[in-house]
Write a protein that binds this ligand. Structure first.
Ligand code: HEC
Ligand code: CU
Length: 496
């Protein structure tokens, strides 16, 4: 520790002198803290050069920025819903940025002005938006970028803080948009750039909650219940099992330095990121702008967070990237590979060189009996039922159907004076129990979207439907009872 021994520090006799000196010290120190410097200080007073951002898809990373002055950066990002491979024999309808999971990596420089265009493809069933953690401003851009299918939104932000940031969709229900694949990374390079390395890679972890168990084939729908219990069937790097393994392994050579920009989209799990057989020589913990750690074995990557890890490769072979919560790696898919070619160095490592057998689908998983419905459910008296229904509505339905039940043209059908809702009580119960997809006509307007199954309890379903059927201009003469919901649940299908 540095201990100043100059006179003023020993001669502070009166509080007034101490206070004055304290103020002096504070005001003298503030501008010296680089993190607090005005990031826009070197902006030209006139117009800045305009550049269209070149993005890169994982595991590729956009090239380092060589520019040494700020620019206006135009970003075009498209949201699109696509059916793709999640694992061998398993497909999933991903909601994406740029058609891929994770979305493309964006790279700008601290001090840049970013003009962001979010374009929602006309084939989308959902509105989408973007919350970039690199944005200083409410919602990280979410409200400014909420975009209906077939529309385009624009907003501008200043990239103030250097670091590696997650971006994600923040449209309600937020968890579901993230769970379906809507996240990526944006790097805000420090003005002086990052330490140069030979290769850079983009690796992003996330989980998927499928209705079928791990490995169950076919197109797998999202399972809200498993998401609520944070119990994914798949934990993967770069959007699918094997995206970084076998033929897709990352490649490098002995003697090179590599950097991994590691992100975690979640939606729920925290990653214990580890490369088997390597040590991270430098780590920017949590993706901060400074390499603040050396010689790290496993680094935590929070949900909605990141880390930058650098390593020098000294010994050839295949290095396995894992989430060291190890069942996720060997049984759920969170396993990647870095293949390092070059001459062996017996001084550093003498063992026989080994390729690890990769079992992408893991072992057979035994089916677990589903937990029986809660025994605590009971019929509620009218006033209590309607009050609860109002709460359930605000928390679970209003994001799509709007607080007054008016819906959103072209996306979410109205519940207010809805002929569809009112003409068949059991069908309405089925919709909330199981979700709804396919074309429906409500008050003469056609809708073709997806309403998710929300995993509500029978009591909450009875409450919310009692509430909507007696509000928003709807005049049901009877309420929906717990017995009604149980009957429809027992009948199986319901809805569609
Ligand atoms: C993620 C958005 C979303 C949420 C949340 C949601 N819905 Fe829906 N809902 C939809 C969409 C989209 C449709 C139309 C589906 C289609 O086109 O097949 C729909 C259709 C319906 C319908 C039938 C059509 C109509 O207008 O009468 C009812 C009833 C309904 N929802 C009730 C609810 C209730 C009650 C809740 C809360 C418990 C809820 N929804 C939550 C998106 C949502
Ligand atoms: Cu979205």
């Amino acid at each position: 520790m540095h201990r100043p021994s100059s006179a003023p520090f020993v001669s502070l006799r009166t509080p007034a002198v101490a206070l004055a000196l304290g103020l002096l010290v504070v005001s003298a120190c503030t501008p010296a803290d680089p993190a607090m410097r005005d990031p826009l200080a070197d902006r030209p007073s006139g117009a800045m050069p305009v550049e269209t951002l070149q993005v890169a898809y994982a595991p590729a990373v956009p090239a380092p920025i060589t520019r040494r002055s700020p620019a206006k950066i135009v970003v075009n990002l498209e949201t699109r819903e696509v059916k793709k491979r999640l694992a061998d024999g398993v497909e999933y309808t991903f909601w994406t940025f740029g058609g891929s999971v994770p979305g493309p990596m964006l790279r700008v420089r601290s001090g840049d002005e970013v003009e962001f265009h979010l374009n929602n493809h006309p084939s989308s069933k959902m509105p989408h938006n973007i919350d970039l953690h690199a944005v200083t401003g409410p919602g990280g851009g979410a409200a400014a970028s909420l975009t209906a299918p077939g529309h385009s939104s624009q907003f501008t932000f200043a990239a103030l803080n250097p670091g590696l940031y997650v971006y994600h969709c923040a449209t309600a229900p937020v968890g579901m948009h993230i769970a379906n694949g809507m996240y990526g990374l944006i790097l805000v390079e420090p003005k002086e750039g990052l330490t140069p390395v030979d290769r850079e890679f983009y690796v992003m972890q996330s989980e998927f909650y499928t209705a079928g168990r791990h490995g169950a084939s076919g197109v797998q729908p999202f399972d809200m219940e498993k998401a609520l219990h944070e119990d994914p069937e798949y934990v993967v790097f770069n959007g699918s099992v094997g995206a970084l393994a076998g033929e897709n392994a990352l490649q490098a050579k002995v003697g090179e330095t590599v950097r991994m920009f590691v992100g975690n989209g979640g939606p729920n799990l925290v990653s214990s990121f580890h490369v088997i057989g390597e040590i991270f020589d430098r780590v920017h913990t949590e993706g901060g702008s400074v390499a603040n750690q050396r010689d790290v074995q496993t680094t935590l990557v929070p949900a909605g967070g990141s880390a930058i890890v650098d390593m020098r490769l000294d010994v050839p072979g295949t290095y396995i990237l894992v989430d060291h919560s190890i069942f996720r790696a060997f049984n759920k898919g969170a396993l990647g590979m870095l293949r390092v070619d070059g001459d062996a160095n017996a001084v550093l490592y003498s063992g026989k060189q080994n390729d690890v057998v990769y079992l992408p689908e893991g072992g057979a998983v035994q089916a677990m009996p589903r937990v029986a419905a809660a025994a605590t459910e009971r019929e509620l008296p009218r006033a209590e039922l309607l009050a609860r229904g109002q709460q359930v509505y605000a928390a679970n339905c209003a994001a799509c159907h709007q607080l007054g039940g008016e819906g959103t043209a072209g996306a979410f059908p109205p519940l207010a004076r809805s002929d569809f809702l009112m003409s068949n009580k059991d069908r309405a119960i089925g919709v909330v129990l199981h979700g709804l997809s396919g074309e429906v006509t409500v008050n003469g307007q056609k809708f073709n979207g997806v309403m998710p199954s929300l995993g509500l309890s029978d009591t909450d379903i009875a409450a919310v439907l009692s509430y909507v059927r007696t509000n928003f201009g709807n005049r049901a003469s009877d309420l929906v009872s717990l017995r009604d919901v149980s009957r429809v649940r027992a009948a199986g299908s319901g809805g569609h």
